[in-house]
Design a protein around this ligand. Structure first.
Ligand code: ATP
Ligand code: MG
Length: 284
């Protein structure tokens, strides 16, 4: 009885967050890996799903792609139970990972002819609900069927924005896609938050992007900002989240702070499914 209660409480709490921006190189994977590790360090059961054929999150946590017997592709396209694809306790006991391989390139094409092609991932995820407090999905840099599947399977979308020229360009396209998913496949999809990455406070440009993003997104902006940090860029080549590579670095501290913010926001959510937020209006 007690166990049952605990499980149903956990079930309510599972939050599936897709990390998406069709723009390349904005810090999606860095955020997915390091936010996942930070949540796991805070003893939140966390699953990191690599949904990008580039498989950067997979190698970023030190999983050898060539040694993989099963990946997200098998769960998505071949009906392999996702439980059998999950790698448990990756670096941290609270961190599990669903790895990706290049096979996923094929999924993007093969999905086209599937009935209910946008909802395949949602079906795959059903058995995971309740087993984790947080599921983070690293999306590829496109708005194709893989990303549509991830948004349809998610409770919310976290949007990293690189503090660079043209940072906000293309965001209205992303927000339109979110709206399309809300209208057609997943009415409860919310905006988890917008995250500034690679921020350099000494640069006028960074400050400008921050101010503009604040204007568009208001309270959807995360208070935590990820600074540009060489240590964050180095960590993946050692197959480690920043916390295990250089815990003292500003990068590690900023992702730990982001994790606390994500935990606080999740705790403040109503127990019932959140109502869809009106998104995209600011940029309309
Ligand atoms: P893609 O669209 O190709 O999947 P992405 O959005 O996942 O890219 P990342 O791979 O996370 O972006 O980051 C792009 C590059 O920038 C990587 O080389 C990464 O190491 C580096 N990088 C990410 N965040 C930071 C940061 N805060 N400081 C310095 N370098 C960073
Ligand atoms: Mg990436």
């Amino acid at each position: 009885m007690h166990k049952h209660l605990q499980e149903s409480a956990l079930q309510r709490m599972t939050r599936v967050v897709a990390i998406a921006n069709q723009k390349g190189g904005v810090g999606k994977t860095t955020t997915a890996v390091n936010l996942a590790a930070s949540l796991a360090t805070a003893e939140r059961r966390t699953l990191l799903i690599d949904a990008d054929p580039q498989a950067n999150a997979t190698s970023g946590v030190g999983i050898e792609r060539r040694a993989l017997s099963a990946s997200l592709y098998d769960a998505l396209m071949d009906g392999e139970p996702i439980d059998r694809v999950v790698r448990r306790g990756v670096h941290l006991s609270y961190l599990d990972v669903v790895p990706a391989t290049q096979d996923l390139v094929g999924a993007e094409i093969e999905l086209v002819n599937r009935p209910g092609r946008e909802r395949v991932m949602r079906g795959v995820m059903a058995s995971l609900k309740g087993k984790y407090e947080f599921v983070l999905i690293d999306c590829p840099p496109s708005l194709g069927l893989l990303t549509l599947n991830m948004l349809t399977a998610a409770d919310s979308v976290l949007i990293p924005i690189q503090c660079e020229y043209y940072a906000l360009e293309g965001l209205s396209q992303l927000l339109n896609t979110v709206k399309l998913v809300q209208q057609n496949f997943n009415p409860a999809l919310a905006i988890e938050g917008v995250l500034l990455t690679m921020h350099d406070n000494r640069l006028n440009l960074s400050r400008q992007v921050a101010a503009e993003a604040q204007e568009y997104f208001g309270n959807k902006m995360f208070g935590s900002v990820i600074p540009r940090s060489v240590r964050l860029a180095e960590a993946p080549s050692f197959g480690k989240p920043i916390l295990l590579y250089d815990v003292q670095s500003v990068g590690a501290k900023s992702y730990l702070a982001l994790a606390q913010e994500v935990i606080r926001r999740a705790a403040a959510l109503p127990a019932a499914p959140a109502t869809a937020l009106a998104v995209g209006e600011a940029l309309a």
